[in-house]
Design a protein around this ligand. Structure first.
Ligand SMILES: NC(=O)c1ccc[n+]([C@@H]2O[C@H](COP(=O)([O-])OP(=O)(O)OC[C@H]3O[C@@H](n4cnc5c(N)ncnc54)[C@H](O)[C@@H]3O)[C@@H](O)[C@H]2O)c1
Length: 256
């Protein structure tokens, strides 16, 4: 796979899974544009990668930020060949415990952010001839832990958004949803720290995966790069799980 002369815009690319995606695309010769609210980490990530990586400070939940960032990527940084809608936040609560502002904040980043980025990236893709929108959903679109009502709703909705983009812009723009299981990132590490026994929760999370380990950002980055490459050109409009086999085992069943 080569992304030479291609520009890949990655939201939330300063840390975690987005940073893993940035690294994989960069390794494969692409120009990488990281959009993130964390300016310090984003600039550092791009400096660590090299001179084909650029940072733009952008809050994906604000349309003015997104429109400006996509314009900058298209006009001065080489285009928008691939958009990876990865920026996301997590909030723990049930439906009855979720404050309206927490619901709006989470959906604003996880769902509206992806919509806004697609809205302002797709015209540049169509102008250039083609493009790919990869939406970072989650295994929680299929199997859901307790206390993540807004998050699970946002990740399920991203699968619908993916389908709509695929249907509305085929054949020139493809869209794919990636659904990771537990990945070792700052998001998960901070979630573990909220529990009285972070190490126990980390081990319980590992145990949910048949692989005996959580995913690494690179695992997800490699899949994102594959679906965005020519080798993935027959994949469209679908969610793909990359979850170490999470949630497929019948509880209580034993190995042979
Ligand atoms: N870590 C997991 O186990 C896991 C599993 C499935 C799906 N996901 C999804 O993958 C994506 C990345 O998760 P992660 O674990 O790497 O998270 P993370 O918190 O480690 O990193 C997220 C990045 O997004 C940035 N960000 C947050 N709000 C933003 C905004 N409004 N605008 C722009 N950037 C913003 C953060 O600054 C950070 O750099 C998220 O959409 C998450 O829901 C994560």
């Amino acid at each position: 796979m080569s992304f030479k002369d291609k520009t890949i815009v990655i939201t939330g690319g300063a840390k975690g899974i987005g940073a893993g995606c940035a690294e994989v695309f960069y390794r494969q010769g692409g120009n990488v544009v990281v959009l993130d609210v964390d300016e310090e980490a984003g600039r550092q990530r791009c400096a660590d990668l090299g001179d084909r990586a650029h940072f733009i400070e952008c809050d994906v939940s604000r349309e003015s930020d997104v429109e400006e960032a996509m314009g900058q990527a298209a006009v001065t940084l080489g285009g928008v060949d691939v958009l990876v809608n990865n920026a996301g936040i997590l909030h723990y609560s049930t439906v009855t415990e979720t404050a309206e502002e927490d619901w709006d904040r989470l959906l604003g980043v996880n769902l509206k952010g992806a919509f806004l980025c697609a809205k302002h990236a797709i015209p540049h893709m169509l102008e250039a001839g083609e493009g790919i929108v990869v939406n970072m959903s989650s295994v929680q679109a299929f199997v859901t832990q307790q206390n993540v009502a807004a998050y699970a709703a946002s990740k399920s909705a991203l699968i619908g958004l993916t389908r709509s983009i695929a249907v509305d812009y085929a054949p020139r723009v493809r869209s794919v949803a990636i659904c990771p299981g537990g990945v070792d990132t700052p998001m998960n590490r901070s979630a573990f720290r909220q529990s009285p026994d972070p190490e126990q929760v980390r081990q319980e999370t590992i145990d949910l995966h048949l692989t005996g380990r959580m995913g690494q950002p690179d695992d997800i980055g490699e899949l994102v790069a594959f679906v965005a490459s020519d080798k993935g050109s027959f994949i469209n409009g679908q969610p793909i799980r990359i979850d170490g086999g999470m949630g497929i085992k019948i509880a209580g069943s034993k190995k042979d």
